[in-house]
Design a protein around this ligand. Structure first.
Ligand code: BDR
Ligand code: CA
Length: 317
């Protein structure tokens, strides 16, 4: 089977780190051309350090490019309560000797896209604020035709996790999210509507922590940090948001959703970062709806496929 060409744009981050493990466990499915980083869960230096250390730890041989250190308009805000001061909970990884690419992420992405053979396209999976992608599309609009689709973890039609209205990645950079939503590129939104249904339980995490497989243990350790340091502690399970875009690429049959035209609130009020969709189905018929919004997931299958993948990565030993 031909591998899907993929760029992963992320801000590791606990669930980004688990997503990279999931990607590494499926390397026969993906040709990962770059891992690019963006300021989000922690500052750009920390998330880039994490991306380098994680890819080395998982045995994923891929260039890592450092991306935007601030959102387009506002100051950055981080999420240490969920991801810890380092971004990876209390996990300590062996430092990788690999260096980041000389070119910053946006230029590196552009070069990869430009070098694609005539007629070929690639997929972008984005699990942090959409700053890098927005800058790429603004600087090089001619490159849009080379992007097969963008799957992003971000946004929500069912209320937020940072404010009542907004999900973290959209809250951090709604202006960037708006540019992507209006790009005309086929999009798959893996927002809280679906990712809140994609959880691992305390017991499942404990088993990962107790396993003899280093990658599974590391992921268990990180998710355990998020579980115990946030209100997730009381519900006994934690969402593994960022795995959803890649899970969807491999197992689309466990998800369902609807196609919509979306917008995002960029004002400074209490709704900043909220996704505006609504139920005006007739608009979707008048214009080209370009966002497939995932809304449902088979939770048991999600758990089974994720846990199996983390054990399969035992090879990282
Ligand atoms: C998103 O916010 C970040 O904290 C996570 O890594 C995920 O990408 C969930 O709202
Ligand atoms: Ca993330």
């Amino acid at each position: 089977m031909e591998k899907r060409k993929l760029i992963i744009d992320c801000d590791p981050g606990v669930d980004d780190a688990v997503m990279l493990a999931f990607a590494a466990a499926h390397r026969e499915k993906f040709e990962i051309l770059a891992v690019t980083t963006v300021s989000g869960n922690q500052d750009i230096e920390k998330v880039t350090r994490n991306a380098l250390d994680l890819t080395a730890f998982y045995g994923l041989s891929v260039p890592v490019a450092q991306g935007m250190g601030t959102p387009l308009v506002k100051e950055p805000c981080y999420a240490p309560e969920t991801h810890g001061e380092s971004g990876l909970g209390s996990l300590r990884l062996p430092p990788s000797q690999q260096k980041v690419t000389e070119e910053p992420a946006v230029l590196f992405m552009y070069r990869i896209l430009k070098a694609l053979p005539e007629g070929e396209k690639l997929t972008i999976a984005a699990t942090g604020p959409l700053t890098n992608i927005a800058v790429l599309l603004k600087l090089f609009p001619e490159i849009k035709g080379k992007i097969r689709e963008i799957l992003f973890m971000g946004g929500s039609l069912c209320g937020g996790n940072v404010t009542a209205a907004a999900e973290f990645n959209f809250y951090v950079d709604p202006e960037a999210a708006g540019i992507v939503l209006h790009s005309g590129i086929p999009l798959v939104m893996c927002g809280l509507d679906v990712t809140e249904k994609c959880t691992l339980t305390r017991n499942q995490i404990l088993k990962l922590c107790q396993s003899g497989y280093p990658a599974a243990r590391a992921c268990g350790d990180m998710m355990g940090f998020s579980l115990e340091n946030t209100p997730d502690k009381y519900r006994g399970e934690t969402s593994v948001h960022d795995v959803v875009p890649l899970m969807y690429l491999i197992y689309p049959e466990i998800f369902s959703g609807k196609t919509q035209i979306l917008d995002v609130e960029c004002g400074g009020g209490s709704a900043r970062g909220a996704v505006l969709g609504g139920f005006r189905w007739w608009r979707n018929e008048e214009a080209d709806a370009n966002v497939y919004v995932l809304t449902e997931a088979d939770k048991e299958k999600f758990q089974e496929y994720l846990i199996t993948a983390l054990y399969a990565l035992g090879a990282a030993e």
